[in-house]
Write a protein that binds this ligand. Structure first.
Ligand code: TNX
Length: 788
């Protein structure tokens, strides 16, 4: 009997679970009905679509149904026992191409009067299918009406920094289709490799597609792997990819970068440079060995922005037009992306030819020259029936008349362009750069920044600065995937998933339908889909958010963990410390806190049933200042506020350097001056300030550190000053300023950490103010016993 009840219970939970509708992006209207439709291993499909349209839909549908769900599809005449019907029918929306998808007891119907929405309806149908193979093959009865909010729904992939084979590019395109995205921006050329065959200029790929090494680790790197890296797509392969995308209703926009990010092309054809005889490697970071030939022009082995850009000569324009002549026939897209970003003007300033050209053309300056460059290319492409897209730098010095702007340095470029009545694609670094971390505990190298899925989801592509008329120029948005730190497909997948799901919803779903809590409920099923596709993904969504707080009596610290997601998971605390076994504290609430009073490594787990979904580990170091009351004379910069002043005495000593900037307070315009109240008069003899020295990021070690003591917090006596910085870890730049002095009684300590000041010549950011990054302040002293 009991067994029977169990089975019934199990079955009923299964039915409830299988019946859930978890479509991402969320459709405009979903009406759920009671009951479900039973799928079969072999199903029939009928249609009355125009033959042309049907030819675009059927092969894809048939292949994917087999591949994804092992269902064999055969075609029958419409109306004749068709399990699935495609009806060519006008939809009730005005303007927006829409589809209807209906699942009833008797079958599945997809209706639309266009092929593209019907294709998207197929994607919706895929998402009604059960994700677990062992689950009964049924789908819920439902009526869905749906259309896209934005016409431009894009994802970008940089194949220059790292090359990705055709197979992966196709898989990437599949991912876009599954997410109802319709544009693939293919970044084909850059400083580290030229990736598209151009028959007239074979050296672009025989020379420009290869580099002899790549820096190791985050820029500026700590070595060079010395491995030959590269590859390119033949024109046949490009056609194959474009066709594959077209079969998925995805437009491929190629990007041919100019006038900057041109090192690979220049390595192949040095005449494209203002200074064909100047060697490339004078720009190489000192600590990384250059591999291969050190003379002449070379394909870059490191990341960044390089001064050696295209010279705006007739040779260059002729060259680029010839290149574009071969690019144009390969891509049916109306748009060609011509880059335009990050073009340093140093060489143009130094070049007599460029200076003369500025005069001859009556241009204002080098920005005018950049504008001249882009406008000339635009004119050429317009004459071939193509439109240009450029990064927002193309606004500088005057926008080309018909250009579409991709706003990446925030939203301002997009706002300005829309106000000038130019089309805009929004792709602001924060939050839609998918090369930034999605986790605060990211261990793999990323470019930096923190764009978690919830931030992506909260992004609204139409800036509020625009009125209704101007807003029409926002065609949509795109996430960018720069691959400096993604050298294999698994890493790319890890960076794009599940953020791509959030992107798809902000671009497809109606504004009213966007709701994080609702999305978060559907997300676990999307994650199961990723597993089903064999795709890698980030589990950052399950990260526990950890914060450290002072206790009410300044004795110990409070470690608080919060579960950001909606599931009924539990949080479990455990600690590993000398002399204690597990002190497992369990909470089934969304947050849980514990007080910590001694050294040790402490753990927190997010657990669903018996499955651990995520874990945080934190080492706490206790000293006389830990958990004590602390105040700052000057606030830190808004960009690096840490967890406030308490960051300096919270028991956490940074271990990962710049990768965990929230463990530091950052000061730019002033010194860090902290007053610590030890609670009672104590013997102190030793103060250590933990700081960072990472000059490539403009972060400099302190000029000096000084400690003062006081019995009342009013009158201060100097205890020790030091100018010595001890580097602890070369890789992260972690280091300390140590002050040892004669044991003294003090209740209050004032620690002054002085900013380096102006960055000296010959360094990154020379002439600017340096950043000061301060982490834990450790205070030690002998016990009374030691003294006796
Ligand atoms: C800026 S975004 C770039 C790229 C880098 C990226 C790294 C843009 C137009 N240019 O060249 O790969 O930053 O996030």
């Amino acid at each position: 009997m009991r067994l029977l009840i169990c089975i019934v219970l199990l079955l009923s939970t299964c039915i409830v679970e299988c019946q859930e509708i978890n479509i991402i992006p969320r459709p405009v209207e979903v009406t759920k009905k009671e009951g479900s439709y039973l799928l079969k291993d072999r199903m029939t499909v009928g249609n009355d679509f125009p033959a042309n349209d049907w030819a675009k839909l059927f092969p894809y549908f048939k292949t994917e149904m087999k591949k994804l769900f092992d269902i064999t599809i055969t075609e029958v005449t419409k109306g004749k026992d068709a399990d699935i019907e495609f009806n060519n029918r006008r939809m009730p929306t005005s303007g927006k191409p829409a589809y209807q998808l209906t699942v009833s007891k008797s079958g599945i119907t997809i209706a639309s009067n266009f092929d593209e929405p019907a294709f998207n309806a197929i994607q919706t149908l895929f998402q009604l299918m059960p994700v677990d193979a062992e689950v009964k093959r049924e789908i819920p009865l439902v009526a869905i009406f749906d259309y896209a909010r934005f016409n431009y729904r894009g994802m970008h992939l940089d194949v220059s920094r790292h090359f990705f084979p055709v197979d992966f590019v196709k898989r990437y395109i599949d991912y876009l289709a599954y997410h109802k995205l319709n544009t693939f921006h293919w970044h084909l050329t850059d400083d580290q490799g030229w990736r598209i065959e151009i028959k007239k200029y074979p050296k672009l790929t025989s020379v420009g597609a290869w580099r002899n090494g790549t820096i190791i680790g985050r820029y500026p790197g700590n070595g060079n792997d010395g491995k030959k890296h590269g590859g390119f797509y033949t024109q046949e392969q490009i056609k194959e990819v474009v066709k594959y995308a077209k079969e998925r209703f995805i437009t491929v926009i190629p990007e041919i970068e100019m006038p900057g990010h041109a090192s690979a092309a220049i390595a192949a054809y040095p005449e494209l440079s203002c200074f064909p005889d100047e060697p490339t490697i004078k720009y190489f970071p000192k600590q990384c060995k250059w591999y291969g030939d050190t003379t002449g022009k070379q394909v870059q082995q490191t990341w960044g922005v390089f001064d050696d850009v295209f010279t705006p000569s007739e040779y260059t324009f002729n060259f680029l037009q010839n290149v574009l002549d071969e690019v144009i026939p390969l891509f049916p897209s109306t748009y060609i992306h011509i880059g335009g970003d990050e073009c340093p003007k140093e060489n143009w300033k130094r070049s007599a030819f460029c200076q003369q050209l500025i005069k001859d053309k009556g241009l204002k300056d080098e920005h005018g020259l950049q504008s001249y460059f882009i406008q000339r290319i635009e004119k050429y492409l317009n004459s071939k029936g193509k439109k240009i897209i450029g990064w927002d730098e193309i606004l500088e010095g005057g926008l080309a008349p018909n250009a579409t702007v991709m706003s990446w340095r925030g939203e301002q470029g997009g706002i300005d362009a829309a106000k000038q009545k130019h089309d805009v694609i929004m792709t602001p670094g924060n939050p839609v750069y998918f090369d930034h971390s999605q986790s605060e505990n990211e261990d793999s190298v990323t470019i930096g920044g923190y764009n978690p899925i919830e931030k992506v989801y909260a992004y609204e592509p139409v800036p509020k600065e625009l009125d209704e008329e101007q807003a029409k120029y926002i065609l949509g948005a795109q996430a960018n995937v720069w691959t400096e730190y993604m050298d294999n497909p698994k890493k790319v997948e890890y960076m794009i998933f599940p953020r791509m799901a959030a992107l798809s919803e902000i671009l497809w779903s109606s504004k009213e339908n966007r709701n994080w809590d609702d999305f978060a409920k559907r997300l676990p099923v999307q994650i199961k889909r990723y597993e089903k596709w064999g795709a890698n993904y980030s589990k950052a969504y399950f990260d526990l958010k950890a914060t450290v707080w002072p206790t009410a009596d300044y004795d110990g610290v409070i470690w608080k963990l919060e579960n950001k997601n909606n599931a009924d998971d539990i949080i479990i605390f455990k600690s590993v410390k000398k002399g204690s076994s597990d002190d497992g504290l369990i909470s089934n609430k969304k947050e849980c806190a514990r007080t910590i009073k001694s050294d040790g490594i402490y753990f927190g787990y997010l657990q669903a049933k018996t499955v651990v979904k995520s874990q945080v580990a934190q080492q706490f170091h206790f000293n006389k200042a830990t958990g004590k009351k602390i105040t700052l004379t000057n606030p830190p910069s808004k960009n690096y506020p840490g967890d406030g002043a308490f960051t300096l005495v919270n028991g956490i000593i940074n271990e990962k350097g710049y990768a965990r900037t929230k463990e530091f307070l950052g000061f730019k315009d002033n010194d860090c001056e902290a007053v610590i109240d030890l609670g009672e008069s104590q013997l102190v003899s030793f103060v250590v300030v933990n700081t960072l020295n990472r000059t490539t990021s403009w972060i400099w070690r302190p000029q000096s550190a000084e400690v003062f003591g006081s019995g009342d917090g009013q009158t201060w006596y100097p205890l020790k000053q030091t100018d010595d910085f001890e580097e602890k870890d070369k890789l992260t730049g972690k280091g300390t300023m140590t002050m040892a002095f004669k044991a003294t009684y003090a209740q209050y300590l004032k620690v002054v950490v002085r900013n380096w000041g102006i960055i000296p010549e010959g360094n990154a950011g020379a002439g600017n103010k340096a950043w000061l990054f301060v982490d834990e302040i450790e205070v030690e002293g002998p016990s009374e016993k030691d003294l006796k």
